[in-house]
Design a protein around this ligand. Structure first.
Ligand code: GLP
Length: 235
């Protein structure tokens, strides 16, 4: 595991965009695993700038996102599909049909989870998976629990995650209580992992990277992956 410490969000974003961009340059038809949240916004903005400047070409890139809220459609400004369109997809030359998220409005959620897992496999898995981390150590929406979930699955969000994510909703009651997420097994199948964490995540990053490997801190499982880079802003 490589741990890179930076002293600002801007520097963290610059480095993360560099690694994501290098992946696209190395393998123009790569599969990028993508994340939502505040942490990747700066990196996505830099990728969009590099694409506009002709330095990066997303025309063959495929993407698979970690997760999506249950019940929010693509037009809903709080959905992760909407977030991705706003922050990345509409700003680079990626083909819409090459961008994938779980469908949180599917009538049959277990079937949708199986479809999404199979889709990721059919693309050959992620070459590089970008991750943020929740204050309770969640990655994707894999919340602390008794075991490490293997595959894409529906989850009930914990109260702390609902509270944390309510900052982006008009009212806490509007935050969905369920989501579909890649499992820990799905995430670990990525060939390389890039975890980014802002200055507010110092404690949980320390527990996840240096503490015991336990499903009570889902990100601690990353200690078992052979190719993880962590970029952490300390201020
Ligand atoms: C959400 C997402 C996670 C993300 C986390 C941290 O719960 N499902 O994938 O890592 O938030 O978000 P932020 O980067 O805003 O702190």
């Amino acid at each position: 595991m490589r741990i890179i410490e930076t002293n600002s969000y801007a520097e963290m974003s610059r480095l993360a965009a560099g690694i994501l961009g290098a992946q696209v340059l190395l393998k123009p038809d790569c599969v990028l695993g993508l994340a939502t949240g505040s942490s990747p916004i700066g990196a996505y903005a830099r990728l969009a700038e590099d694409c506009a400047a002709g330095l990066l070409d997303f025309s063959q890139v495929r993407t698979v996102n970690l997760d999506e809220y249950v019940g929010l459609g693509p037009e809903d400004p709080q959905s992760y599909r909407y977030f991705m369109e706003q922050n990345l997809f509409s700003r680079v030359n990626i083909l819409p049909e090459n961008t994938h998220l779980p469908n949180g409005c599917a009538a049959d959620l277990p079937a949708e989870c199986a479809r999404y897992e199979a889709l990721i496999d059919s693309l050959g898995g992620a070459d590089l998976q970008l991750l943020g981390i929740g204050h309770n150590g969640h990655i994707g929406f894999n919340e602390p629990g008794p075991d490490f979930p293997r595959c894409v699955h529906p989850v009930a969000l914990t109260e702390s995650t609902i509270r944390a994510n309510s900052r982006l909703f008009p009212r806490i009651e509007d935050v969905p209580t369920q989501a579909l997420t890649m499992g820990i097994g799905t995430i670990l199948k990525a060939r390389r992992i890039l975890l980014i964490a802002g200055a507010d995540k110092g404690d949980i990053i320390h527990r996840a990277l240096f503490g015991p490997i336990t499903p009570q801190v889902p990100a601690s499982v990353l200690q078992l992956h052979p190719d993880v880079t962590v970029i952490r802003a300390t201020a």
